[in-house]
Design a protein around this ligand. Structure first.
Ligand SMILES: Cc1cc2nc3c(=O)[nH]c(=O)nc-3n(C[C@H](O)[C@H](O)[C@H](O)COP(=O)(O)OP(=O)(O)OC[C@H]3O[C@@H](n4cnc5c(N)ncnc54)[C@H](O)[C@@H]3O)c2cc1C
Length: 386
């Protein structure tokens, strides 16, 4: 007797944030959805990150708009799924004149766009907002209210659970998708029927449609990360998520600031090892007061499977230049991997009829996820005439 095959309007491969965002956009349009994830639970880039929904890193225009739209959806889902969220925003710190100049220029251009959610703070105001920030030599801080912080280790499973409960999305964990033909998804747990397929497989470019994904110009990047507790802080708010001068050369948002080239030149001269290892410092906080610290960026052939203690030391030493790290204890260390395109913010491919692949969001997947999924799903249905 032939076995009944489960049928869905859409199948999504990957239960990372991009897969969950697409499942949400499909389900809220009334489609029946199955998410197929090869691991017992998501354990890719999406649970290894800072949990920063970080519009401030995106250049103004379409990408910033997408990030803000994504952030709005995140906010709704945070409320509906009952997720913990840090709404204290972000704080970029300047200890050098060139850093202060870039922050000043950035703030002026935000204000010229009527964005007053960004304010330049004096050292005394920074001290009030972020009590562990070092006051010695601090020139100013850029406070932005548009960033959100979630704890990815909590958020990913909770959003999946919420999608199942509130939107009827079905999940098949521990299930590898191996091919899609004639509206049938082949998986390690047997076939599933689906009219359309959304491939959100993160950095895996080999298993599904390698002829399209592996030739799309995507480069892998490895990032080293840590979690830590600070004496006295488990039960206190740490203030906004933190970034320092190094971050200004990392995100494209700051690239139009006239003073940025001089800042980059100084950093290359003074701390070449940080540039070589792609190190800049970000700090976020969890509900329990743990700090998530990072990161580094090693690309392509420079990636090896083993983590470098040298990177962690450089991150911690640099962190101590702007944060009082007395009593800091590391509670975990790990690395994450993502793929990014060298010129595009993300990659959307149509490798076969009825199939869309979405990946290559680099370090902005949490930030752009829901905005991008809305755009992709909308365009898919428009082009299908639905
Ligand atoms: C250390 C680090 C810090 C970061 N910090 C931030 C941040 O703070 N803010 C931000 O915006 N972005 C951040 N990013 C980027 C962000 O995490 C990624 O862009 C995003 O998680 C990518 O999501 P994804 O769903 O595409 O990939 P993933 O999270 O890797 O998910 C892909 C999933 O697909 C599954 N899969 C693959 N192939 C198959 C198959 N054939 N069958 C079944 N399942 C399959 C995998 O098992 C995996 O679970 C960071 C990334 C890293 C690594």
């Amino acid at each position: 007797m032939s076995r009944q095959v489960d049928r869905f309007d859409a199948a999504v491969v990957g239960a990372g944030i991009i897969g969950l965002a697409h499942a949400y956009e499909l389900a809220r349009r009334g489609r029946s959805v199955v998410v197929v994830e090869r691991s017992a639970r998501a354990h890719g880039a999406s649970i290894r990150n800072f949990g920063m929904v970080w519009p401030i890193g995106q250049p103004s225009g379409d990408r910033l708009g997408l990030a803000m739209r994504s952030s709005e959806t995140w906010s709704q889902i945070i409320d509906q799924a009952g997720l913990w969220c840090d709404r204290a925003g972000s704080l970029h710190l300047a200890y050098q004149d060139d850093e202060a100049r870039v922050l000043q220029e950035f703030t002026e251009s935000a204000h010229a766009r009527d964005d007053y959610s960004k304010q330049l703070l004096k050292p005394a105001e920074v001290a009030q907002l972020a009590p562990r920030v070092r006051p010695e030599g601090l020139l100013c801080g850029l406070h932005s209210q548009s960033e959100l912080g979630v704890d990815p280790r909590e958020a990913l499973p909770r959003v999946a659970q919420w999608l199942a409960n509130a939107h009827g999305v079905q999940f098949r964990f521990g299930c590898l998708a191996t091919g899609f033909d004639n509206q049938v998804l082949k998986t390690s747990s047997g076939p599933m029927g689906a009219e359309t397929l959304f491939v959100c497989s993160g950095s895996d470019l080999q298993t599904l449609y390698p002829e399209s994904l592996a030739t799309a110009g995507l480069v892998p990047c490895k990032l080293q990360m840590m979690r830590a507790v600070l004496d006295g802080f488990p039960h206190q708010s740490f203030g906004p998520m933190l970034a320092s001068g190094l971050t200004l050369r990392h995100y494209p948002a700051f690239r139009d600031c006239p003073s940025l080239p001089a800042l980059c030149e100084r950093l290359d001269r003074e701390v070449p090892e940080l540039g070589r290892l792609g190190i800049h410092i970000l700090v976020s906080q969890t509900r329990d007061g743990e700090l998530t610290l990072g990161d580094s960026h090693e690309y392509g052939d420079a990636i090896d499977p083993f983590d470098k203690p040298e990177i962690d030391d450089l991150i911690l030493r640099r962190l101590d230049t702007f944060l009082d790290t007395t009593g800091l204890t590391i509670t975990s260390r790990w690395h994450g991997l993502y793929v990014k395109h060298l010129t595009e913010p993300y990659v959307v491919l149509k490798p076969a009829p009825g199939v869309v692949a979405v990946t290559g969001l680099g370090g902005a997947g949490m930030t752009l996820s829901f905005g991008l999924a809305e755009r992709v799903v909308q365009e898919f249905f428009q082009s299908a005439g639905v």
